[in-house]
Design a protein around this ligand. Structure first.
Ligand code: 5GP
Ligand code: MG
Length: 178
């Protein structure tokens, strides 16, 4: 499928699934090296990162845990100004090696907020893996440790990412038609 319609918007293909899976293979290889014998805690940011997180932990071959947290900052296409607290983190992260698993870093505000919350809980280390990174949209000093694909500053859907809740099931990444 080269283009899709979701609700009132049209989207064109940006990245095929094959490119994403190859990128995830490469990132997973590095994560396997970096976190071997560290019993890392993967923190998957719901909802958007569920697909990426599944692909990633499938490829991780040492002991690990995964937690799922929620921290929403987008409604439709609009960024919400105030971030919500994180919900659902039951695990004690003190002295744990944490890997945040995110769908996309856009302005970086969400990640900055999350890093501040997590650092207060005294983890041994915190690293960031993101499926997509929009370097030209970045407004905060955030440097993801593992990036599957850098993309231009367009609104995208697919591979877990949504538009008004739709499109998470698409296997490719699509960008909004202007
Ligand atoms: P930031 O705080 O970096 O601007 O935005 C991060 C969050 O906004 C992401 O976790 C994601 O949920 C949402 N977001 C940012 N860009 C996009 C996009 O292009 N498409 C979708 N579906 N969500 C996005
Ligand atoms: Mg997200």
């Amino acid at each position: 499928m080269n283009s899709v319609q979701l609700r009132d918007k049209k989207f064109d293909i940006l990245l095929p699934e094959s490119i994403l899976l190859k990128g995830i293979d490469d990132v997973a290889q590095q994560i396997n090296k970096d976190f071997k014998d560290q019993d890392p805690l993967f923190i998957c940011i719901l909802n958007g990162a569920f697909m990426f997180a599944a692909e990633l932990i499938n490829r991780f071959h040492s002991e690990c845990e995964i937690a799922f947290v929620r921290l929403k900052s987008y409604e439709g296409l609009e960024r919400k100004k105030t971030m919500r607290e994180i919900h659902g983190l039951m695990e004690n992260i003190e002295n744990r090696h944490v890997l945040i698993v995110e769908d996309v870093i856009d302005t970086g505000y969400t990640m900055e907020h999350l890093l501040n919350i997590l650092k207060d809980k005294h983890p041994a280390s915190v690293k960031i893996a993101t499926l997509l990174f929009k370097p030209t949209a970045l407004l905060r000093p955030i440097k993801p440790d593992y990036v599957v694909q850098e993309i231009p500053n367009d609104f995208v859907v697919g591979f877990g990412l949504d538009y008004e809740g739709r499109g998470r099931n698409l296997r490719n990444i699509y960008k909004i038609k202007s």
